[in-house]
Each structure stands twice: as C-alpha cells, then as structure tokens.
Design a protein. Structure first.
Lengths: 531, 313
C-alpha cells in the first residue's frame, strides 16, 4: 500500500494500491464516527479487481491469463478511440478534447474537491490524478504523439492500469466544483464521466445499481425501483389516503389526465422511501388549483435517469421516453420534481439530444413552487416552521443549471429561522451521494460515503447549525433532491444524529405543507414525535 | 544566412496562424452541435443573476420569455479573467503570485509588438520615423520591454522553482513544462540583453518588422536581438502545439462550453444538424448498444429497448 503515490503506480503496484486510515480524516464539529473498512474477502481478492483502494464499485473480473489481460487492454484502447470519434461521441467530444489538451497541471482544482480535502488530501483523490493518467494513455497509445513519453510522462498500460482507471472514475461525484475553479476551463468531472462511459459503452462494465438495477430495470418494468405502472398507481392511492388523514385535507393525485397543463415527473424512489414528498406535492398543486397530472406510462412515472452518470445511450433512451409520455398526454410542460439529476438530464442534456418533434418544455419544481408560494394561493403560517432550517443545494440543479434563488425565496417566506450553509449556492459541495453513490451500499461504498464523500456536507451542516447543536433544538435540513436526501439520511442514521442533534431532513414541499394553515400541524416529524 | 533568418520569421508567423487555425477548426469539427455543458455563474445572464450564479431557468415558463443576453457581462468576465487571472487569484493565490507577473510580462511584450507593428505601418504611410511621436513611442516601448522582460524572467523562474519544490505540482510536472518555462525565461533574458546592449530596442524591433513588411533582408545589428527573435520564432510555433495553446482555446472553453447555456434554437439549420448527428453510425460494442450486431445509427440506439423481452425466432 502506497502513501507517497505516483501516477505510474497504477500500472506497477501489486494488490490494493492505497488505503485510507479512517482515524486520520479531518475532524468535524458534529459527532461523526469513522466507519472502519470491511476487508475484501479472499474470494474477492482472487477473482475481482478490487485493487485500487478500500472500495470496489465495478467488480471487474480479474483476468485469468495473459490473453484475458491483453483483451481487457485492447478493448479499452478500442473504446478510447471511439470516445475520440465524432460519430460515436458527438455529444461531448469538443469538451473532452479541450480538457485533454489544455490542462497546464496547476492543480488549482485540488482545493475545490471535497474528496481530496476530506480524504486528508490523499494524492489519489486529486481531481487531476485520474485525468492525467487518462491523458497520458491517450497521447501515448492512441494518438501516438511523437515524444509523448518525454512530453507528457511515461504511463505503463496493462490490465491493472485499465481496472484501476475504471474504478477511479467512480471516485468522483461529478459535481464539477473543480471545473468551476479551473482558470482555463478544464473539466475533470467530465473526464471522469467520459471514462465511465467508455467502460459502459465499449466494455459493458458498469455498477449494477446504475445499469442492471437502474436504467435497464427502468426500461424493463418502468422504474428503477422495480415498480410497475399498476404498483405505482396503487401506492400513490395509498399515499393519498394516508396523508389525507394526516393532513386533514382530502388529497387526490391525478394520473394520465389528457390535456393537463403540467406533467409532474417525480423520482419514483420518493414513492417508496419518502411518501410524504409525493403527498406534499399533490396537496400543494391541488390547493393551488393547478391543472396537472402524473403519467402512469412505464418509464415516465420515474424521473430518474441514471444514464447521465455513466452512459449516453441510456440517457437518450430514458429522456426520449419521458418526452414521449408528455407529448402523448398533450401537456404544456413537464415539471421536474425534487430530483437534481432528473433536472439536469431532461432540461439541459436532452435539449440537444432529443429531436425537436419530441421536445416538451421543462421547468424546475422549485420555480413552480416559488410561483405558487409567492402568489398567495396557499394559506401559509410561517410560525409553524419556527425552527432552524438550512438548505442543501443539489449540484445538478444549482451549479449546473443556475437555479439558485427560487428555493431561497420560498424559504425566506416560510421559514423564519432559515440560515445558509457555508459555501452555498453555486459554491456548494456535493452531498457525497452524487453520480450514483447514494444508491450503492456494497464493498465499502457506504463507508466511503460516510467517511469521505459525505464528510464535507456534514461539515457544512455542522457549521450552519453551530449556534444550536445538541438535542434541545429541533432543526431541519432541507435537501430538495431525492438522491441527496438518501445520502443525508445515511449520514444522520449512522451517526445517530437524529437524537444527538434533533435533526430532521426532507424536501422543500414538506416544509411548505408544514406551514399550510389549513392542514393539521406537525407534517414534519422529528425523532420521538408521535406518528 | 540573413535570408534564411527572415524566412524563419515568416514561417514562424505563418506557422502560428496556421496551427491556431487548425486548432480552432478541429474544435469546430469535433461536433456540429455538442450538448450543453454549462457551469454557473454565467456572466451574460446579467449582473444581478451573475452575481449569485442564477440562470434564465429560474423564471416561470422561461421558454416563453425573451432572452436577455448581456454581452458586456461576457466581455467583462473574460477580460477580468485574462487580465487579472481571476480564477487563479481566487483559488490558487500562491501560484497567482508567480504566474501573474509571468502572464503580465507576456501581455506587455505582445502589446509592445502590436505597437511596433502600428508604428511601422504609420512610417510606411508617411509618418516621420524620427519625429516627436515616434520618439514618444520609442520611450514607451523601452519601458514596456524592460518591465515585461523582467516580469517574464522573474515569473518564469518563480514558476520553475514552485514546480520543483511543491510536492503536489512536482508529480505532475514533465520535462515539457520545464522546457516551456525555460524557453520563456531565455526569451526574457535575451530581450533584456538586447535592451541593455543596444541604444534603442524600439529601433531594433522597428527595423526588423519594417524589413519583414518590405522584404528587405538586411542583417540585424545585434546578436542578442537576433537570438531573442530566434527563440521568439520557436515559441510562436511551439505555443499552439502544447498546453500553452489555451491562449487560443480559452475563448471556446469559456464562451462555448462553460458559458454556453443557450437553449437550442430549433431553426432549420439546427434541426438539420441534430438530424445529421442522429444518423451517425454507432460502433460501441457493449451489448446494450450493439445488441444483435447489426449496424446502428444513434436513432436506432435511442429507439431500441435493450431490456425488452427478446423475440422468439
């Protein structure tokens, strides 16, 4: 295991290349426990390329002989050639090429990266570490530039390099905070995503949570949660019943209303994990008198599009289904629920991937909700929210789309004790679950999220509430994104911060409903509150 | 030998223009219409929104509203970045202390070159080469060259020193980084030598550029200035083929990518571009794309469902 890591170590070191001692990680004001890494089993060590750090996302089978080793390398190089061809990568090629050619290695990006900082500034988590390996391979083995070894540095290419590079692409949350700080405009987040894409689209190597259980499952049964259209409609009906009772207001969630103004696109994970979010949206839209509907068409009742994390083909397929469902219903616009990556996939990426005939305008729910709240269509009593509230900014909706103020305008109106986290808005930090991590729990991935990737978020939360830490004051972390909520839930649960600090977390809509004076009080629950 | 020297001069200038053109052409050819990949703040969203990083997507029914683009915001944004190296100052101040003088030195010498070219043109159009205005220009150039060369040498040496001493930077530094910085330091030193050992640097530069413009291949009177120019010729060719090409590409990396938030205008031209790209042949090999192995376009890929039950033969 190497401490003084060099770039070339990815091709030379035998076995696991690095290990981070969880006890050496930066201290936080919140009582966050280090999570010890579980050792890989002998079977894993024997059969799987878990040779990067204490985590293993891709489970790449270890080549059994020289021929298999060469095959892995050759497939990788073939993929790299395709990645740099217009026909195979017209979507991202200009951005990729400029990021490959213009980095001056100033490492200004390092300080911006929460993974680098919260790993104790471990060399391997520098945003440029993986990019530079990828760059050197490209110049030396694909472009075959004269004097490449001398000009860019020699990089050994063997199966270990390939396996470690694939794994390294999954030590990045794709939050693009590093790209925001680059003086030139180089994008290490993009390079990480392009490596993921190469592995998925050429080698058929991806995290099973994103592919088999994610995009493929969504295309097979209708949702990455596994819910079929019938199950979704049934569950939403139950949610309507339950929350009609809880709120004292009859809730009806409409499905498949032709000609409605709005098709609301939820992350279907909310239906299973956070039904209060579904109910809150329905209640708000209903009370505001909107003309709206959900779709029960397969794929279109789940705004999830994990393709944006690893694969262009899957991204386009799912985005197309979302648009086609809206077209069939004849709605005027799609409103995207509290899911950051769904915002980005459908609003920004799909803008130039889906042909004009299928385009339907898309709007963020933060904007729609701001319009409802500010228009006075709801009876709101902010004193019901008289507890400290802070806001997490989902990277996809905020830094990558510039939707910053609408959610703040709402909070200023309904939450008297709203306070910002340090480094908020477009300077925010990822929750640590971004780019697919929030839905992965095996091979020390949850330990990775708890120890390193989510650590900066815990620092931000601790700083936002530093005047009222402890169990006495109830506090609310508003995280209007499904994946971010999943990550924050794990962080709070693992460290018992619900009881130690009286934290509750949830979305924006829950806070709005909590302030609605025509509903029963106490929509938001803290630990110990009666159900 | 003198003629060869001048030919090298022409080749260096032509080479720089051609290589810069090829670089830009290659960027433009990489995709008729790449996806949007913006990053906020975007300065053309207007001063109010740019201050906190907001976008047009914060507006209700944004597609029905006219777009207000602040071109001045973009110009101001890029000027602040280029002239002050603002991002480096904000995120890497230790490096900024070294790289800022280095860049300012280059800007001064580039600006000085432009002034000398204008002076030569003025002379060719009849201005008295020994007149009062030219004497003023000569003094300006003298000051600019001296200061600029000092900045390049000082900044360049400081950057080399930082690359050698900073553990993080050292691992990412290759011989080419030292060559690039070393060439600039040498260029700066030769500029200083030519300045110090000749009565007027302006006179040397003006004579050389006048000779270039009039195809008068006369020997140059200063060895230091000749060497100074030779290193300059090398840098002109070398810059576009290295990571220093960011001099040319930064415009696109900012304006077209980072700030490229323009919602797609579905005019005939763009519809044609998107249609053309969707017909590209896809050769990715993974099962969920290649499927049965038959040739596919992006339209085929996007409209097939790899999870659909397989049809029985």
């Amino acid at each position: 295991m190497k401490d003084n890591l060099r770039l070339s170590d990815v091709s030379t070191v035998e076995g696991q290349m690095v290990s981070i001692d969880p006890n050496t990680l930066p201290e936080l004001s919140l009582d966050v426990k280090a999570m010890p890494w579980k050792p890989f089993t002998e079977e894993q060590k024997e059969n799987t390329a878990c040779i990067l750090d204490d985590v293993c996302v891709l489970n790449i089978p270890k080549p059994k002989n020289k021929q298999e080793e060469e095959e892995l390398v050759n497939k990788f190089l073939n993929g790299m050639r395709k990645l740099f061809s217009k026909e195979n990568n017209w979507t991202f090629l200009p951005m990729l090429e400029t990021s490959m050619d213009n980095c001056v290695q100033c490492n200004s990006c390092s300080a911006a990266c929460h993974l680098f900082e919260m790993s104790g500034e471990h060399e391997m988590y520098r945003p440029n570490y993986r990019s530079e390996i990828f760059r050197r391979i490209y110049k030396q083995y694909v472009k075959k530039e004269p004097l490449a070894k001398w000009r860019y540095g020699d990089m050994g290419l063997n199966w270990k390099t390939v396996a470690r590079l694939g794994e390294l692409a999954y030590r990045c949350n794709l939050c693009r905070r590093c790209a925001q700080t680059c003086p030139i405009g180089v994008d290490n987040g993009l390079i990480a995503r392009e490596i993921r894409k190469l592995f998925s689209q050429e080698l058929g190597i991806y995290p099973r949570e994103l592919h088999e259980k994610g995009t493929l499952n969504q295309m097979k049964v209708g949702s990455s949660t596994g819910m079929t259209p019938e199950v979704v409609k049934e569950n939403v009906e139950f949610i309507d019943e339950d929350y009609s009772e809880i709120t004292g207001v009859g809730i009806h969630t409409p499905f498949d209303v032709k000609g409605a103004d709005i098709m609301l696109l939820h992350n279907a994970g909310e239906i299973m994990a956070w039904p209060e979010n579904i109910a809150a949206f329905s209640l708000i839209f209903q009370e505001a008198g909107l003309s709206w509907t959900l779709s029960s068409k397969a794929v279109a009742y789940d705004g999830v599009n994990y393709g944006v994390f690893y694969d262009d083909a899957q991204t386009a397929r799912i985005a197309l289904q979302h648009m086609m469902a809206a077209k069939e219903l004849g709605v005027k616009k799609i409103v995207i629920g509290e899911c950051g990556h769904a915002h980005k996939a459908l609003t920004v990426i799909a803008d130039r991937v889906i042909p004009f005939e299928y385009q339907v305008p898309r709007e963020s729910c933060y904007v729609t909700l701001r319009d409802i709240v500010m228009s006075g269509r709801l009876k709101l009593d902010p004193s019901r929210n008289n507890f400290p509230v802070t806001l997490h900014d989902p990277c996809n909706a905020v830094r990558l789309m510039g939707i910053v103020q609408p959610q703040r305008e709402i909070l200023h109106k309904i939450a008297p004790q709203f306070r910002e986290m340090p480094c908020h808005g477009v300077d925010n930090y990822c929750c640590g679950g971004g780019s697919g991590f929030a839905i992965m729990t095996r091979n020390n991935i949850d330990e990775w999220r708890g120890n390193i990737s989510g650590r900066k978020k815990m620092w931000q939360i601790g700083e936002a509430f530093k005047d009222c830490l402890g169990p006495e004051t109830k506090k609310y972390i508003c995280a209007p994104c499904s994946n971010c909520k999943g990550q924050i839930r794990e962080l709070l649960e693992h460290n018992d911060l619900y009881s130690k600090n009286s934290f509750a977390y949830g979305g924006l809509v829950e806070l709005i409903v909590n302030a609605m004076s025509n509903t029963n009080p106490g929509f938001i629950k803290w630990e110990g509150d009666e159900e | 030998m003198t003629t060869l020297f001048y030919i090298l001069g022409y080749l260096a200038v032509a080479g720089f223009i051609c290589l810069a053109y090829l670089k830009i052409k290659s960027y433009m050819a990489a995709s008729p219409l790449h996806v949007r990949w913006e990053l906020y703040p975007v300065p053309h969203e207007g001063a109010k929104k740019a201050a906190y990083g907001g976008s047009f997507m914060e507006e209700k029914d944004w597609w029905t509203r006219p777009r207000h683009i602040s071109h001045w915001g973009d110009i101001k944004g890029i000027l602040v970045e280029v002239l002050c190296l603002h991002a480096t100052l904000e995120h890497n101040p230790k490096l900024w202390l070294r790289t800022y003088p280095f860049h300012v030195g280059m800007y001064m010498l580039m600006g000085g070159t432009i002034i000398v070219i204008l002076a030569v043109l003025a002379q060719m159009f009849g201005m008295d080469p020994q007149g009062g205005f030219m004497i003023f220009v000569s003094n300006v150039i003298s000051a600019v060259v001296l200061l600029g060369a000092f900045c390049i040498v000082g900044g360049g040496i400081a950057l080399i020193q930082r690359r050698r001493s900073d553990a993080g930077l050292k691992k990412y530094t290759t011989p080419e980084h030292y060559l690039n910085l070393g060439a600039f330091v040498l260029f700066g030193l030769l500029t200083l030598a030519a300045w110090a050992f000749n009565p007027s640097y302006f006179e040397l530069a003006r004579t050389f550029i006048h000779n270039l413009f009039t195809f008068t291949f006369q020997p140059l009177p200063s060895l230091f200035f000749t060497l100074n120019l030779l290193v300059g010729f090398f840098l002109l060719i070398w810059i576009p083929v290295t990571n220093m090409g960011h001099l040319i590409m930064k415009y696109f990396m900012y304006h077209d990518i980072r700030w490229g938030d323009e919602p797609t205008n579905y005019n005939d031209k763009n519809k044609e571009k998107i249609g053309e790209m969707l017909k590209y042949n896809v050769t990715w090999s993974a099962d969920h794309i290649a499927g049965d192995g038959s040739p596919k376009t992006w339209v085929d890929v996007a409209t097939t469902n790899p999870a659909a039950p397989k049809k029985e033969d």
